[in-house]
Design a protein around this ligand. Sequence first.
Ligand code: F6R
Length: 606
Amino acid sequence: MCGISAVTGREDIVHTLFESIKNLEYRGYDSCGFGIVQDGTVEVRKNTGGVDEVNGKEHLTSMLGCTGIAHTRWATHGKVDKINAHPHQSGDGRFSIVHNGIINNYQDLKSELMEQGVTFLSETDTEVAAHLIGLAYSEFGDVRSALLAALKRLEGSYALLMVTPLEPDTIYAVKHGSPLVLGLAAGRNFVASDVNAFLPFTHEAAILEDGEFAVVQPDRWAIYKIDSQAPVARKPFRIEWDPETSRKGGYPHYMLKEIFDQPQTIRNALATPLPEIVALAESIRRAHTTYLMGVGTTHYVAQVAQYYFSQLAGRFLPAVSSDEFNDLAVIGADDLLISISQSGETFDTRRGVKFAQEQGARTASIVNVMGSSLTTMVDQVIMQGSGPEICVVSTKAALAQMIILLRTALELARIEKRLEPGVYNAHLKSLGALPAVVQQALNEQSGFVRNLATRTIHFQNWLFLGRSVYYPIALEAALKMKEVTYLHVEGIPAGFLKHGTLALVDEHMLSMFFVPPTSIGELHALTLTAIEEVKARGGPVAGIIFEGDAKAEHLLDHRIVLPQVDALVAPFMELVVAQLFSYFSALQLGRSIDKPRNLAKSVTVG
Ligand code: F6R
């Protein structure tokens, strides 16, 4: 949802700034711009398109300077055009800013400023902030005072980076509800929306929290409270992510690479220290009600986890989508909210956490991005350690979250003595074997999945169906397919089909079934009944099944047959295949796989 980045160094930083903003391109990619401090001014170059495209048009990398800001946009206010691209400047050109987030009261402020004679160039909310700073500087004659005075007028959520030729080696960075993190290196410091921006240059970072601003120079940085201007002592931390994992490594797309990363991502999720998992299980145990919350893919992760908590630990944990949480959840001091988020920045999820905290509830989070907002908001955090996920659609992060929640359900079941030690140990064993079997499936099935995508690519309308835990797996698979193919794909519970949706079935609607292993007798039989219902109405049927399932094999027109695995981990295998299927379908259609239209990676607006 827009990426912002700034670098200040003792030497020219333009190429570094370029690489840093390129690393944030997955946050937004409709336009891009640079503001470089140079010879007593800030030169701004910007245009529409992705970072490389704008570089082609504006020659960003031919600029020169030691301090600069950059922006890659996902439009919220104002159409996608050159004028609305960031940076924006005050009327006198002295203050240049890039912004991520939304200034809610910008219309009122804009009217007020226009009455004072200020001319606006763009339709953005951001330009208001630039003018406010410029006007405040005329009053105070001091950069910091001008910035703080302007901030007092802004409502909404924002992260701002500002440069000015008045202090040519300084970046001012403000955080209020949108993500911002400092990267620290010798003779060169960074500020960016997330750590991916500077990971190739430094692993040292410092978090900026809401209500704080930072003053960053090549050899110094300091953080202050916005309200009181009191200095804040902030301990830097080390980012353990390997920058190699954020490179494509020979894969044509990040999505494919990240699907293939999953054996390692599962290993990392299995390596999450047991005491952290047990502590979360204990929190659930102590709580009266534990809610699971996420949105989009992470809502489906929560729904998958729901089945594990019900079936293994005998606890029903309501899963509520973050965007609906505040209107639906009845949460109080005895309750716990577990939020799930790859980015740790999603507006809807942070809003839900804030609501739960206001009601006195305890909060925990499973998060991938270190130093993100959620990690500082909640009482208890599990870092999932999946490494950077660059493709806009989530694959490896979601699977890792499912594994961590499954481990938590298993620990809860063990503590509450709901599982025989032998069964608990058998479950741990099948989890331990999962990385190898996923690797095997990826190696052996990719060709078959690709063929299936070729044979079915002419279908415009799809149903993805499953029962029990295979239902949220079908929902997540359907979301992946929609996101990358732009086809109409609806995920529904297979048992629900006959209660209405069956009316849609004809020879043009392909139904894709997520079939459980035959060892889960009744579930398997009921899923096959739904397949028969579709076939009886002339609908083509495809499915993901396991070896030895002769009945399903006979019924299905198209199938992917996976090697037999333990029932506990079978849904994960099907999810991985479905991710691959979406990828190859999108490839057939020539879609923009890593950056699908209209989407952005980290949705920090409401
Ligand atoms: C889908 C996808 C989104 C995110 C959702 C929440 O592929 O990536 O649905 O899952 O926007 O994002 P996080 O997990 O960052 O909170």
